[in-house]
Design a protein around this ligand. Sequence first.
Ligand code: ADP
Length: 335
Amino acid sequence: MNVFSAAVRKLTLQYLAVIMVLSLIFSFVLYQVANREITGSIRGQGRMIIERSGGFLDRREINRILQREQTLARQRLVGRLIVFNVVVLGAGALASYYLARETMVPLEKSVEAQARFTADASHELRTPLTAMRTEIEVALRSKKLSTSESKQLLTSNLEEVNRLESLVGGLLALARLPGGSVIKQKVELAPIVDKVVLRLRPISDQRSITVQTSIPQSLAVIASNDAVDRTLTILLDNAIKYSLKGGMIDIRASRYVKQVRISVTDSGVGIKPSDQAHIFERFYRADQSRTTSGQSGYGLGLAIARETVELYGGRIVVKSQPGKGSTFTVSLPSA
Ligand code: ADP
């Protein structure tokens, strides 16, 4: 029996114990009250019969009959209370089991997701480590390793270390997300967008990609600087990664009722409809060959972006046409 079935059983028994204690207390009180009523009413009846008969009937005989009536009424009451408690026991057991399952199912799902995540993360961590170890072992076995070969090895190792660093960074970001305190403040969009564009300029310039922005000066959202920065960095980084050389990226924002929508549009490779439903899942990567920059990620970026945005009551959606480009739109509460 797995730990969850055991927990459901334990919880069911605990809920049922509470229900039964309440039911028994209720039955006891009911018995006391009803018993008093029965005794009172039978005594009253006895007095009435004796008065009406004018001493004609034997008092002791009447008392004996009434006593028997009283015992029968008590037995009927006890019988009904037993039936009531059996019904409560049956219905309570079903209700307790249902409630216990309702309590445990989300926990079970979250533990399952955590286990899957750990397995995926370990797998992703192992791949670059294995690649590095193999390269180092081959180099060490070589009798005469030239300087250029050593440099080549170190460069390749450095690439793997960079990838590992970004993976660990992503994993840490995801691990901290749900537990971290959610600071909600007014965040002006224009300065953050400028900062993100500037930070990624070396990569966009390297690929001759133009990034244009159109953000109204006073536009602000309720979130945190870090959250907006992180989300926009992921979206712009992807837009650059999946754009063709010399492409165009457009970042714009506007207010819609109580929301601000920020969209990042690229004219890159686009995303197949069958992939669009999955790209926000952790470790999901669409067809790797379509990464135009030669850089492959870990499929964590959009998961981090979505989970970040949702922490602030926002949403992130994608519209994309393969071969034409994609638009990622983030909606956040407006300030
Ligand atoms: P990755 O690190 O692989 O980029 P993400 O979670 O950021 O991970 O993205 C998941 C997948 O979504 C990517 O592998 C890619 O296939 C697809 N994708 C994300 N952004 C874009 C984009 N702007 N254009 C085309 N495909 C994209």
